[in-house]
Design a protein around this ligand. Structure first.
Ligand code: SF4
Length: 216
């Protein structure tokens, strides 16, 4: 609990999120673990509406990945632009390497000769995602002080760079076709608008808010 940070955003954000989901009658929402309480509130809100006015909205369920929470380079907060502890998908190999070198590791490992504790190290957690084939070997080498944190981070930077390569290429290709991107966005907005209008009409009907003009 952070009493100094209790503000409207705490409820406004999940309510807005509920509106975004409910407007399109979303049933499954891909989220990180930190968003689960928000989805719980979303279910409460749509359940309440359905009870009061009749069924309109399905109760949205979460879809988590095998890595439901990714900590940022500070090793404390979730990876987010807001916390400036992130790696951009479009980052160059040099930028990725530079960012990874700032990552917090096992605080108990002060010298290269100290045995490490991969279970508390966020660089190791990221290896689980980006270097899955070598995590056992990395854990052993870390515990036995046979690998230094700098080398471990270099390895992670290489893994992230190669994992993100296809995304970087795709992004660069799309960035060179702004007309195409704008068209895709406009098409998506048009399709979304049709669904949203129909949902709003249904909601008004259930709430008996339809005007004569809406019925004609
Ligand atoms: S060697 Fe790797 S896993 Fe071990 S503490 Fe250093 S960065 Fe973390």
């Amino acid at each position: 609990m952070q009493p100094h940070n209790v503000n409207y955003g705490l409820v406004g954000y999940p309510v807005l999120m509920t509106a975004d989901i409910a407007l399109y009658k979303g049933e499954v929402v891909p989220v990180g673990e930190d968003q689960l309480p928000h989805l719980e509130l979303a279910r409460e809100i749509v359940r309440r509406f359905n009870t009061l006015f009749g069924f309109v909205f399905p109760e949205p369920q979460a879809k988590l990945t095998n890595f439901p929470a990714v900590l940022g380079l500070d090793g404390v907060q979730k990876m987010s632009k807001s916390y400036n502890n992130y790696i951009e998908i479009s980052a160059s190999p040099e930028e990725i390497s530079k960012r990874i070198m700032t990552a917090v590791t096992d605080p108990a490992r002060r010298y290269r000769s100290d045995p490490g504790h991969p279970e508390v190290c966020n660089v190791f957690r990221l290896h689980n995602f980006f270097t899955p084939d070598r995590v056992e070997e990395i854990a052993l080498e870390c515990r036995g002080a046979r690998i230094g944190c700098v080398d471990c981070k270099k390895m992670l930077a290489e893994s992230i760079t190669s994992n993100l390569e296809p995304f970087r290429e795709r992004r660069a290709s799309l960035a060179s076709k702004p007309g195409y991107v704008n068209q895709v966005l406009a098409d998506g907005a048009n399709r979304a608008e049709v669904i949203a209008k129909e949902t709003i009409r249904e909601v008004k009907e259930k709430m008996k808010l339809l005007q004569r003009a809406d019925l004609e």
